[in-house]
Design a binder for this molecule. Structure first.
Ligand code: AMP
Length: 276
């Protein structure tokens, strides 16, 4: 595995690759969820490029940029068996002084995470566009864990006619159902136990749907009721939205996305489930 930092070091290694290239963009502090994306890329592509970059422009002023967990040595060891090229640019390399170009996707970035985290997706789409331009992958791998992010990236790729296939991989969970996340390390033991309530509320709503419930308000209520049983959980939003537009539904007719953001103290967790 080659590790590079600058654009000028990235280019010769990337363009020495013949055959297909898969890119897995991450913010590091890698876990089995990230590794599942990298393994999938390994299966499907001749070469695998992983980027680790804690992108400052996708964090709000009151978010956890400074304390976002980092461990590059451990990350390198974890991905080494599956990765040809690890790219770890710095913020100064990505956004040098005088930087002023942004990529913005419109309607699909407005609800859910976009509504709660103003500017977040502008940071995400800008950095992913820069990663795509630099690496020029044939395929790029994202997790269903960040469902809206995957939808926004798909939209950007379609709108900008980028010749890149977006592959969205299933959510990897801990044995008790908690979706793996780099942010889970912030949880104290009590909060960690309480955090299983996200997956439980989603599976309860899924069960209601399977039993014929199609009223979106009822489905949202099922999730809210389960979340309310956990005193440490402070829900920020609970959604039942159209899978394509991410607009809130009245009635579930086609594919739908159940999703939520829930605080445990200062830690904000998200999770989702697709109804189809
Ligand atoms: P992050 O480092 O949090 O920016 O995540 C990098 C990529 O890994 C994103 O595409 C995430 O959606 C994906 N990812 C994070 N957690 C999981 C998980 N538990 N299961 C599957 N994919 C994940």
């Amino acid at each position: 595995m080659h590790t590079v930092v600058s654009f000028s070091d990235l280019r010769p290694t990337r363009f020495s690759f013949t055959g297909t290239v898969g890119l897995v963009p991450t913010m590091g502090y890698l876990h089995e969820g990230h590794v599942s994306l990298i393994r999938r890329a390994r299966e499907e592509c001749d070469h695998v490029v992983v980027s680790i970059f804690v992108n400052p422009t996708q964090f709000g002023p009151r978010e956890d940029l400074a304390k976002y967990p980092r461990d590059l040595e451990r990350d390198s060891r974890l991905i080494e068996p599956y990765t040809d090229l690890l790219w770890t640019p710095t913020a100064e390399i990505m956004y040098p002084p005088g930087y002023q170009t942004w990529v913005e996707v419109d309607a699909i970035t407005h609800p859910l995470e976009g509504a709660m985290r103003p500017g977040h997706f502008k940071g995400v789409t800008t950095v992913v566009a820069k990663l795509f331009n630099a690496v020029q992958p044939h395929k790029a791998y994202f997790g269903q864990k960040d469902a809206q992010q995957a939808a926004v990236i798909r939209q950007m790729v379609r709108d900008l006619n980028l010749p890149i296939e977006i592959v969205v991989c299933p959510i990897v969970r801990e044995p008790d159902g908690l979706a793996m996340s780099s942010r889970n390390v912030y949880l104290d033991p009590e909060q960690r136990k309480a955090a299983t309530v996200l997956a439980r509320s989603l599976s309860e709503a899924k069960e209601a749907y399977e039993n014929g419930e199609r009223n979106a308000n009822q489905l949202r209520q099922v999730m809210k009721d389960i979340l309310a049983t956990e005193p440490l959980a402070e829900p920020q939003y609970v959604s039942c939205a159209d899978y394509d537009t991410l607009e809130e539904l009245t009635t579930v007719e086609g594919k739908a996305l159940l999703s939520m953001a829930v605080y445990f103290g200062k830690t904000r967790l998200i999770d989702n489930f697709v109804l189809e």
